[in-house]
Design a protein around this ligand. Structure first.
Ligand code: PMP
Ligand code: GLU
Length: 400
């Protein structure tokens, strides 16, 4: 049969985070001793009290029907409370939409706000699906390229020159996937001072790693003076509460945008799973204790991996302040090093070599907008991480 895929979909590639994870699974199924550090997924189980909340919801028999499109009102009230108390963000429940994970929230937002060729400024490196979703919604990603030297933070000049008459929105994550960069209040204030002169630009602030932040403060962009009216704040349960499989994310947005997103969701997926929502409300009501414990464990792992990566020649590594990724620069390898006469020309070549030789799976930097970097997720046990770093060192240092 001829290729029936739409031209729109042909413009994007399969998600490389998911593709590398699938490849690692295939190797494991073949009996290979594979250590998978590709998927950004907590290795913890969802805390018991959250699972109990879901079980109680099932047993009560009250949650088997379609929930309201935007999510249960009491859940949105709880999210509204969280936004106000924890983030200084005043979104009332009518401004909140619960969706099938933050990936879905981003899709809803982009399809609700973008017209053809509208530009969205993306801080690069960026999470792979940002560019794919913008492209599917027929918008145009405009990248601000940053590097490890300035801790992957755009300068004010870069932001100013990325803005054009077609700029509809700007998107970034803090803490950032894939770099681990945390944008401080001072960093964000500098961007705010520029954006204040461009009142039509929306800011999409992806805060899914909020609780995996090793600095003293998480700053929500919308809490800065004059920004709440223009900021769409995204958050979810996948990372902080180890709930990737439950598919639960949410946004707070200006009223008119929340209304559009409600329309979009009502005509496409409808409300998110009822039981997942009841688990989410349990998580928020119980507070952040379990998230804090997991964060402490990530911090310990980060420090172990940082020390080990620094012992490996040819990698340039910075100290990530949040999320659970390292994003080392590999300029001293690509185009310069070979294995058995075959040159490592790209980050993808390196990832494939490491998969074969070291039996570790990482994600190449290309799809994050950084072909000179490679991503390692340290959401794995300490033993696995130590072994993976040993294998990484051995495989990289034998390149000639
Ligand atoms: N934003 C960022 C920055 C991410 O890393 C991810 C990956 N989990 C998502 C959004 C989407 O997460 P989910 O759909 O699981 O809520
Ligand atoms: N966001 C995670 C990652 O970057 C999960 C995979 C995905 O949804 O892309 O690995």
């Amino acid at each position: 049969m001829n290729n029936k895929e739409s031209i729109r979909l042909q413009k994007v590639e399969e998600s490389s985070t998911l593709a590398m994870a699938a490849l690692a699974r295939e190797y494991k199924a073949k009996g290979e001793d594979m250590i998978s550090l590709s998927l950004g997924e907590p290795d913890f189980k969802t805390p018991k009290h959250i699972c109990d909340g879901a079980k109680e919801a099932i047993d009560s028999g009250k949650y088997f029907s379609y929930p309201p499109v935007a999510g249960y009102l009491d859940f949105r009230e709880e999210i509204s409370r969280k936004f106000i108390e924890e983030n200084g963000l005043k979104y009332d429940p009518s401004q909140i939409i619960v969706s099938n994970g933050v990936k879905h929230s981003i899709t809803n937002v982009m399809f609700s706000i973008l017209n053809k060729e509208d530009e969205v400024i993306v801080f690069s490196p960026f999470w792979v699906s940002y560019s794919a979703i913008i492209t599917l919604a027929e918008g145009k990603p405009v990248y601000i390229n940053t590097s490890i030297e300035n801790n992957f933070k755009p300068t004010e000049e870069q932001l100013k020159s990325a803005i054009s008459k077609k700029t509809k929105a700007i998107i970034f994550s803090s803490p950032c996937n894939p770099t681990g960069t945390v944008f401080s209040r001072d960093d964000l204030k500098k961007y705010r001072d520029i954006l204040i002169d461009h009142p039509d630009i929306l800011i999409i602030s992806d805060e899914i790693y909020e609780h995996i932040n090793f600095t003293k403060e998480h700053c929500s962009f919308g809490s800065l003076d004059g920004m709440i009216e223009r900021t769409i704040t995204m958050n979810g349960f996948s990372k902080s509460f180890a709930m990737t499989g439950w598919r639960l994310g949410y946004i707070g947005a200006p009223k008119s945008i929340a209304k559009s997103i409600n329309k979009m969701q009502g005509q496409t997926t409808s409300a998110n799973c009822s039981i997942a929502q009841r688990a989410g409300i349990t998580a928020l009501r119980a507070g952040n204790e379990s998230a804090i414990l997991m964060k402490e464990s990530y911090l310990k792992r980060r420090n172990i991996v940082f020390e080990k990566l620094n012992e490996i020649s040819h990698l340039k590594v910075n100290l990530p302040e949040g999320a659970f990724y390292f994003f080392p620069e590999i300029n001293k390898i690509i185009g310069l090093k070979s294995h058995k006469g075959k040159e490592i020309q790209t980050s993808n070549d390196l990832a494939m070599y490491l998969l074969e030789d070291a039996k570790i799976s990482l994600v190449p930097g290309e799809d994050f907008g950084a072909p000179n970097c490679i991503r390692l997720s340290y959401a794995a046990s300490e033993d696995e991480l130590i072994e993976a770093c040993k294998r990484l060192k051995n495989s990289i240092e034998k390149l000639i």
